[in-house]
Design a protein around this ligand. Structure first.
Ligand code: ADP
Ligand code: MG
Length: 351
């Protein structure tokens, strides 16, 4: 059974960067405004993430790493989210099957922090011979998750990993993207023992500033902001309807920061967030490449950051759990409308 669990976990957690992505999403879900990551050996030896979010109640620590344990489904109607994010409540469970997982956490109302370790979905002793019960300790409000020896028991996964420097650059890539999407949150990433971080963002910034900080001035200097939504078109003039956008299953809105060219790059940089989750859409990517085709000189590549919010019931991310290739309802119409807005913005900018 544990072998099956490990194989299933390896489908969700492919490499250090995919574990980190789950942890960052959890920290953001917990309302963190500070996320600090420490990495050893490309995340294979150590991957630690410290946040100042809401913390986890002591009573929830016992079942934290059981499959389908989630605090994020509160009503029956929320079950539609299970369809859209097919592996809810599976991240920590999966990690506990393929690594040594420990958690230190404190809620605002707790007087001390609590520490617990997990193996194969259940509490485990932190030190050999100890009981498995969570132990009180000193700590700040928030949660620190520590993953050690990733894939120690899954040699095929371990051998599929690249060098620690390449795994580390994938970690930095994930953090860069989440930092751009969450400019109010301060991110720090460093190698264990290194005095200087490799990535730092301030708190309370704005997306274009964070793009400038992380991708450089050459990208940020000609950044254009594009906002477009299902409500925008002039097509539908008598649209004085009283529907709140959130109640309309067809309502969507998109905000983008796009640039003319990324002359230093080798390919288009495309950051796509749908409902605040980093995902991929090759269809969208192709459409945007077509927009730029003809606008850009040969050998120049654009930067595109797009945040799209749509009804979660219309998103299907289950095509592949780790690639997060998404499909959604009215995909073609939405992509076309965003592409048109891009074309307009770029044409205006060039004249
Ligand atoms: P999910 O995020 O889908 O609920 P996870 O396995 O990623 O599933 O996390 C399980 C639960 O653990 C979450 O629902 C949340 O209650 C709790 N949790 C995990 N990480 C954090 C964190 N950094 N801060 C607060 N709670 C957390
Ligand atoms: Mg999660």
């Amino acid at each position: 059974e544990s072998l099956i669990n490990r194989i299933a976990a390896g489908e969700i957690i492919h490499r250090p960067a995919s574990a980190l992505k789950e942890l960052v999403e959890n920290s953001l879900d917990a309302g963190a405004t500070s996320i600090r990551v420490t990495v050893k050996d490309g995340g294979m030896k150590l991957l630690q993430i410290q946040d100042n979010g809401c913390g986890i109640r002591k009573a929830d620590l016992r079942i934290l790493a059981e499959r389908f344990t989630t605090s994020k489904l509160s009503t029956f109607s929320d079950l539609s989210h299970i369809r859209t994010y097919g592996f809810r409540g599976e991240a920590l469970a999966s990690i506990s099957h393929v690594a040594h997982l420990s958690v230190m956490t404190k809620t605002r109302s707790d007087s001390c922090a609590w520490k617990a370790s997990y193996t194969d979905g259940a509490l485990a002793p932190t030190k050999p011979g100890q009981s498995v019960d969570p132990k009180p300790c000193a700590g700040n409000d928030g949660t620190t998750i520590t993953i050690e020896d990733l894939f120690y028991n899954t040699p095929t996964r371990l051998s599929a990993l690249r060098s620690s420097s390449e795994e580390y650059s994938r970690i930095l890539d994930v953090l860069t993207k989440y930092a751009i999407h969450n400019p109010k949150v301060a991110f720090v990433c460093k190698k264990a023992g290194s005095p200087s971080p490799d990535l730092t963002t301030p708190s309370a910034s704005e997306t274009p500033n964070t793009i400038r900080l992380l991708y450089g001035h050459s990208i940020a200097k000609d950044l254009v902001t594009v906002a477009v939504s299902s409500q925008d078109p002039a097509e539908d003039e008598a649209s004085m309807d009283m529907d709140e956008p959130e109640d309309d299953p067809e309502a969507w809105r998109a905000e983008a920061h796009i640039t003319n060219a990324n002359y230093q790059g080798k390919k288009m940089i495309f950051l796509l967030f749908i409902n605040h989750r980093l995902v991929e859409s090759s269809r969208m990517k192709r459409a945007f490449e077509a927009v730029y085709n003809g606008i850009l000189p040969k050998g120049a590549f654009p930067f595109v950051y797009l945040s799209l919010e749509i009804d979660p019931r219309s998103v299907d991310v289950n095509v592949h759990p780790t690639k997060r290739e998404v499909h959604f309802l009215d995909e073609e119409v939405i992509i076309e409308k965003i592409s048109d807005a891009f074309t307009n913005a770029l044409t205006l900018q060039n004249h």
